[in-house]
Write a protein that binds this ligand. Structure first.
Ligand code: NOJ
Length: 576
């Protein structure tokens, strides 16, 4: 559809392509997802904005919506199709906004509702869709409903919107069951002076809602409508696998323990009853013009279970965390790509590809580690006491991975800073850390602050240009100067310019809506075709040979010789 004749047919012209592309104007800006494209969820590139850390408009050290608006041209130039914003709603920020006190109001720390409407309008004017975060598993303890529940007696309708239970033991001094919080310690807190406890699968300040209560269901349909009426294009659904709990709240089998809470297996996760909720929401979305979408954040296992969330009458997409957790191994990537595509095909849904987000170690740091270990899993950040990644190796791999990921058919997510090759802040001192996971485990779990550090926009100014002051809510490592946007703008071989070229070609060649066909490759190398493109990625330790007469369109790093692909590098070739 956006297919244009290849401009580059040889290595020499490919270099010329990158130069003209960088110096601008020789290639037109990428066409965006057409406004009327009903299929946009099937092939779009969706950029995740973590508002706290994207750009600070007012200088208080905290990112905000006016900061986002000021950088929309940057995102437009990058060539993404849609934005997903992590929560910006009224919140005491006990879990960085995933603890919502009012679902309809923008927190003053991020701006106002009018600022959001402006953002939406400005993004739409640039042809970018906007998805917002919906947090339905729990509210903040400062939400009016929870405050009313605490002020009402056991058994009251106010308490029935949450999950209150009498404690075990003679005086109710023990929690009602043995469930652990994902963030550490018990998933129950006792109401002072009472036998009753309330459930919180995450922080104590995030009480779980009772989704058996029709009032809860009705309220969230209204919240959906509130944002749909304002024109949002969809929702990312937080903890989509957690809303419904097994009847009777049975103990988690003891041998499973916390490990399994982390792996999200047990009576609190992935219950069949959640799907009825998403079918109801789908009917709400389908009431609106344009294609409004839902994407599930569902950490479920086995992998087949994820397809339930994207059946034709439920959500449109689900994050592919199996892809994110894959070790640096060609066989492992081939397996996860094949199985992801085969599984989503069984329900006619698009596959998504995700390599990082605000809960996981950034890809350049993850793949710079000798052993991924638990750092493949969400929340398990890298800290000063952890083995440190090889930064240069991680960056080479992350660049190669971008060329693999963005050549795959389906919809792809980019987490802010990924386009800069930004590493995790792996040496952040504990005194700065704010993640409830770090706080609840007294630092035993490093948590997620390292991937949430404010972005570097300018190398040589305070706070690396995050905002107009020298403040940032988390400290930035000195190395971020090297990754700053302004420094990368001027370097043709920068990761930022690599992403721009990738996204431009992806659009021109309609790779997102293409078809993957594996091709022969040497050991440790993956090769596939997508339309007119052949992709090769070398995940081994030795240089590998490219097919004779290859015409290189793009490579993640300079090739030592025209037909040699270095280890940890990827290349896009024109199919002959
Ligand atoms: C998943 C979100 O991505 C994470 O940041 C949050 O802490 C939990 N859900 C709880 O809302």
């Amino acid at each position: 559809m956006f297919r244009r004749k290849f401009l580059a047919t040889s290595l020499a012209t490919a270099v010329a392509l990158s130069l003209t592309s960088f110096h601008g104007n020789a290639l037109a800006a990428s066409p965006k997802t057409a406004a009327g494209d009903q299929d946009w969820a099937r092939h779009s590139v969706i950029y995740q904005i973590y508002p706290r850390s994207f750009a600070d408009g007012d200088g208080d050290g905290m990112g905000d919506l006016s900061g986002v608006v000021s950088r929309l041209d940057y995102l437009d130039r990058l060539g993404v199709d849609a934005l997903w914003l992590s929560p910006f709603y009224k919140s005491p920020q006990a879990d960085a906004g995933y603890d919502v006190a009012d679902y309809r109001v923008v927190d003053p720390m991020f701006g106002s509702n009018a600022d959001f409407e402006r953002l939406l309008e400005e993004a739409h004017a640039r042809g970018m869709k906007v998805i917002v975060d919906l947090v339905p598993n729990h509210t903040s303890d400062e939400h009016a409903w929870f405050q009313a529940a605490l002020q009402s007696p056991p058994g009251s309708p106010e308490r029935a919107r949450y999950i209150f239970r009498d404690g075990r033991g003679e005086n109710g001094e023990l929690p009602p069951n043995n469930w652990p919080s994902v963030f550490g310690k018990a998933a129950w807190d006792r109401v002072p002076g009472e036998k009753q406890w309330y459930l919180h699968l995450f922080d104590s300040k995030q009480p779980d809602l009772n989704w058996d209560n029709p009032q809860v269901r009705a309220e969230f349909e209204q919240v959906l409508r509130y944002w749909l009426d304002r024109g949002v294009d969809g929702f990312r659904v937080d903890v989509a696998h957690g809303l419904v709990k097994e009847t009777g709240l049975p103990d988690l089998p003891v041998e499973e323990g916390r490990e399994n809470a982390g792996a999200l297996v047990g009576p609190m996760w992935d219950q069949d009853g959640v799907h009825e909720i998403y079918r109801a929401w789908r009917r709400v979305l389908d009431d609106y013009p344009g294609k409004r979408i839902m994407v599930a954040e569902a950490w479920v296992t086995p992998r087949e279970r994820l397809t339930h969330y994207v059946r034709p009458d439920e959500m449109h997409q689900a994050f592919n965390f199996d892809y994110l957790m894959t070790t640096w191994d060609a066989g492992a990537f081939k397996e996860v790509i094949d199985s992801s595509m085969a599984l989503t095909a069984t329900v006619g849904a698009p596959t998504t590809w995700v390599t990082s987000n605000h809960d996981t170690v950034r890809a350049p740091s993850r793949y710079g580690l000798k052993e991924l270990g638990k750092h493949a899993l969400p929340g398990n950040g890298i800290g000063p006491a952890t083995a440190q990644p090889d930064e240069a190796l991680g960056l080479r791999r992350a660049r190669a991975l971008a060329m693999l990921t963005l050549a795959l058919p389906g919809s792809t997510y980019i987490y802010q800073g990924e386009e800069l090759g930004l590493p995790e802040h792996t040496t952040m001192d504990g005194r700065y850390r704010q993640d409830p996971m770090f706080l609840r485990t007294k630092g035993e779990e490093v948590g997620r602050d390292g991937c949430r550090v404010p972005l570097p926009w300018k190398a040589e100014v305070p706070a690396f240009g995050f905002g107009p002051s020298d403040k940032t809510w988390l400290p930035q490592p000195a190395s971020y100067a090297r990754y700053a946007v302004d420094r990368q703008e001027g370097a043709d071989d920068s990761t930022l310019n690599l992403y721009r070229k990738i996204l431009e070609l992806r659009q021109e060649l309609a790779l997102g809506s293409g078809r993957l066909q594996w091709a022969d490759a040497g050991q440790d190398t993956l090769a596939f075709d997508n339309g007119d493109l052949r992709v090769l990625i070398n995940m081994g330790e030795q240089t590998t040979t490219l097919p004779a007469g290859s015409q290189v369109l793009l490579s993640s790093e300079p090739l030592a010789a025209p037909d040699r692909l270095p280890a940890n590098a990827a290349v896009w070739l024109k199919r002959t």
